[in-house]
Each structure stands twice: as C-alpha cells, then as structure tokens.
Design a protein around this ligand. Sequence first.
Ligand SMILES: *Cc1c(COP(=O)(O)O)cnc(C)c1O
Length: 439
Amino acid sequence: MEAVAVRPEVAGTLAAVDPEVETIIRAENRRQHNKIRLIPSENYASQAVLEASGSILTNKYSEGYAGARYYEGQREIDKIERLCVERAKEVFGAEHVNVQPYSGSPANQAVYVGLCAPGDTVMGLALAHGGHLTHGDRVSISGMHYKSVQYGVCRDSGEIDFDQVEALAKEHRPKLLFCGGTAYPRIVDFARFAEIGHSVGAIVIADIAHIAGLVAAGMHPSPVPHVDVVTTTTHKSLRGPRGGMILCRAQYADAIDKAVFPGLQGGPHNSTTAAIAVALKEATSEEFKLYAQQIVANAQTLAAALSVRGFALSSGGTDNHLILMDMTNKGITGYAMAKALDASGIVCNFNRVPFDPRPARKPSGIRIGTPAITSRGFGAEEMEQLAEWMDRVAQVRANKALELDDRKAEYAEITTEVRALCARFPAPGLLYDGGGKPL
Ligand SMILES: *Cc1c(COP(=O)(O)O)cnc(C)c1O
C-alpha cells in the first residue's frame, strides 16, 4: 500500500477533528455572550489577541532570552519577544521587563526565587483582607517556604492599615514587601509602601495583576517610579492572553531573568508572548484609554446604584474596577447571593470581606468588577439596570416566604431580561453568525 501523507491543513478543522471539544467551546462562547460577566479578573480578549495566541508560534521551543537561546531557529521568535519587551517598557516606563512568566502566580514565584531565600521573611496583604494567595498565604508556596507576615485593612475604613504595615515592617524587617491585591477596591498608595519598605531594607514589589490596564491607561497611579519590582498578569484589565510579566529596576534584571529561566520554567510560550505584544499595542490606543476610564466610571456608577439600594460596600465604594460587598445586612451570605445571581444570568464570585466571621468556602461577601462588561460596551444605563437586577435577586433569595420553585421562576425571568440586554452588546473576540447570534 502506498503511504498517504496527511497534511494538517487538509486534515481538518477542530469541528471535524474533535466535535466534542468544538461543541464545548461553542457552548462556552454562547455562555460568554448570554451572561453578564462580573468576575473582576475576567475580560474579553480581542480577536487580534486571540489570533496571535492561537498561532503557530506555539510550535517553537525557545529556552533562554532573545539573542541567547539554547535552541536554533529563533530569528522570528527573538523579534517577537524583543518587540513585546520594548512595548511593555514603553507602556509602563520600566527599566527591565521579563515577558516569559506563564501567569501571575509563576511571576510572583520568580520574585521569591530570584530575590530571597527559603526561610526569609516576606510580607503581604492577607488573603482575607483582599491580598493574593501568592503574597504569603499559608496554603501557597509563598507561605510554606518563607516566613510570612501578613498585614490587613482598617476595620472602619476598609483601607490599608499603614500603621500596621509600618509596625510589622519595623518588627520583622522583611526581605520582600508585597503590595497590591485581588479584592481591594481602592487606590494603592505605592509611594507609601515603598517608603516603609525601603526604610527597613526590604525590596518592594507591587502586584498590579488586576489593575494593569488601569495603570497602562493612567487611571491608577503607576507603581513603577516607586517600587523595585512590579508583577502582573496580562489577561485581566490589560485584556491580553493568559500570561504574566515582571517589570523591574535594572539592578534586579539578572536575578529576575535567571529565576524565570532556568530557575522555574523551561521554554516560554511564544504564542502568548506575541499576544501580549498585541495587547500592549492595543493598550496604547486612544480607544483603550477611554475603555479604562469607562471601567472606573461604570464601577462607580454601579457602586452608587448598589449603595442607594442598601448594599454594604467594603470601604464604602470603589476607586478602580472592583466592588466588594457584604451581603449580611440583606439577610443572606455572599455564597447564596453568588449562586442566586448565577441562576439569574449574572456571574460573580463569592468572596470573604475583611474581618469576615464566615469561612472562605461560604463567606459573607461577593466580588464584582467591570472590565468584561465594559469591553462589551455597557455604560451608565446598564449599570443602573444591573443594580436593579441584583437588588431583585437579593430580595428573592432572602424571602423565606417564597417556595424554591417561585424563586426559580423569578431567577428565570431575570435571566430572560439579562439575555435580551446581552443580545444588544456583542462582545469582542466571540464567534457570531452573520445575523449577530453567538455560534
Ligand atoms: C490574579 C492574580 C494573580 C495570579 O494570577 P494567575 O494568572 O491566576 O496565576 C496574582 N496576583 C494577583 C494580585 C492577582 O489578582
């Protein structure tokens, strides 16, 4: 028998090769269109970003850095990585950038590996107060392999307790001081953190994973002039592919690069690097500036509309893209609210609020954010409508006189209204047919 060479472009599309996976992706495509997506770390990447991310660059191995690789054939890959690094330097004004971390957590881990040793003291915002796991939480390697000291927010204001930061820094003299968080609705005073950290000889790291897009657009003060190292994801408000970056002062460049490779990782994900480059180009546009402004405007409109309806917002409001609220005064847990919203076509996550007496798996609060809904064009009018729906959902969920079936009927009604609104706002990057229906 004659051998038949199978050429991949002939072998077929995803739908032909693996209809099972294709079907799941299509269903997720419809979900992302039909739901109001309020998880503050999520977004809609543009078609250009998705194209680069799904490109043939995924076929290439490139251990090392541009101009110093361990494999041949890097002419184009070096170009793409250099372009990405140059764009990141320009967008953020950084001295040195590493674009290879696989995501936000590996980026933070590289900071530990590069700039301190196991057993050293590190300091960060407690998870329960809005910090990230990788800032020294017990269940993360950052809390297991390092001596972790955690600070929090003030009970009354919900803002960073700088007296505590200062006292703990003086007492423990950490090697690393992390600032920034994952559920913190206010401006982070990077200058103050830098001053405190540097006064005790700490290296100060700002993790801007959530707010990178706001920083790029000037809607949140940049940490770059103040701190030693900045880590970030690329897929949250920056609206790129899933990835990470580390920006640092030149004096830490070598240690950071060696920590990423060969310290922690092997070959960089070149398709991701290309997609980050695209996202960074998009982030310099006038359109992106307006987008970032609208993210904050929407969050503040939504916060005000929720406040008027008696929702208890942590810190009383928001300066950025994110709202954290305690559902206790509405007679339900954050867990129950998140489930009820999900049943109503509105997707958020349950979250502990500062000083939450409830456990992390069934906490008092929910966390919502505006990056994704702003990407699809929601504005002030939609924020009012959203607050109205959220209020209705909370009331239905808290109403003990209602039978489960009555509740479900209410949620179904809201779901229909949500779908009708979503139909008017096609989202970037999703797949639609000629008539504007999601595939
Ligand atoms: C999301 C986030 C990370 C982790 O990013 P992953 O890509 O999920 O690993 C790290 N730090 C902060 C502050 C985050 O919000």
